[in-house]
Design a binder for this molecule. Structure first.
Ligand SMILES: Cc1cc2nc3c(=O)[nH]c(=O)nc-3n(C[C@H](O)[C@H](O)[C@H](O)COP(=O)(O)OP(=O)(O)OC[C@H]3O[C@@H](n4cnc5c(N)ncnc54)[C@H](O)[C@@H]3O)c2cc1C
Length: 224
């Protein structure tokens, strides 16, 4: 996979050693992040909207109601900025100044289009569903014509992108090392709580494995 070019827009100037431009790093962050935030400017006013998404190759797909202002704005070919963040831990230093967060984040720039082809639209809806919970698309009822008609899907080509990643322990001043203040990393991981079965469902519908063992982590990184 090739790297994104460094441009005036995506070049990380502050702490550049934390910057990454390779698709592998950026796409792994996108694929693990649950939701994204889309930033856009309309009539001079910036907006940032949280929304579900999926990465399909070098694009981001979004879906929503036909009347959605955000989707209409993207359909019209306006530029947008998409952001995701995964918090991996709180970095607790001995001094307040050196407190930090271990994180993986990505910022993308691109322009979008309305997806009109029905097969492409269905594939995008499948991708958004599977991004949230892999295994769900095959089990849930697929959208019917009425639902498809009421739904807009847009595809945003990722033109420019960067990731910024912080890992590791607190970095304190040497003279603070002897302070009697607990220092270290409080790790974070997005994990689900106990599934609550819908009251209208009969008890004999078993809990699928993809729900029971849900994890945002890529399969190869999961603790058995
Ligand atoms: C986790 C999550 C996932 C979501 N997934 C989807 C999705 O897949 N598809 C989808 O269409 N929508 C989704 N939404 C809702 C989405 O955030 C927007 O509300 C929706 O897309 C309509 O955006 P709009 O700009 O067209 O709305 P408008 O109603 O035109 O927005 C007008 C104003 O309402 C306020 N507003 C809008 N949305 C929010 C919000 N979420 N929180 C607080 N204020 C808000 C803002 O001030 C905004 O400027 C999701 C929201 C969350 C939090």
């Amino acid at each position: 996979m090739t790297d994104f070019a460094k441009t005036e827009k995506n070049n990380i100037k502050r702490l550049p050693k934390r910057g990454h431009y390779d698709r592998e790093t950026i796409y792994s962050i996108l694929d693990e992040a649950l939701i994204c935030h889309v930033g856009f400017v309309q009539a001079g006013q910036p907006y940032v909207i949280p929304i579900n998404f999926a990465r399909v190759g070098d694009t981001i797909v979004l879906h929503g109601a036909k009347a959605s202002r955000l989707l209409k704005h993207i359909e019209a070919g306006n530029p947008v900025c998409v952001e995701v963040t995964i918090v991996d831990g709180l970095v607790l230093a001995r001094s307040v100044f050196h407190h930090s967060v271990n994180y993986r984040s990505a910022v993308l720039f691109g322009t979008g289009r309305l997806v009109v082809d029905e097969q492409e639209k269905l594939a995008a809806l499948e991708a958004v569903t599977e991004h949230l919970i892999p295994g769900r698309w095959k089990e849930a009822r697929p959208p019917n014509q009425k639902e498809l008609h009421a739904t807009s899907v847009v595809s945003i080509r990722i033109d420019e992108a960067s990731a910024k990643v912080r890992v590791g322990p607190a970095v304190d001043e040497e003279e603070d090392h002897a302070l009697p203040v607990w220092a270290g990393v409080l790790s974070f991981q997005e994990t689900p709580s106990i599934p609550i079965q819908d009251e209208l469902q009969s008890e004999d519908v078993p809990l699928p494995g993809y729900i029971a063992h849900y994890s945002r982590r890529p399969t190869e990184e999961r603790v058995p």
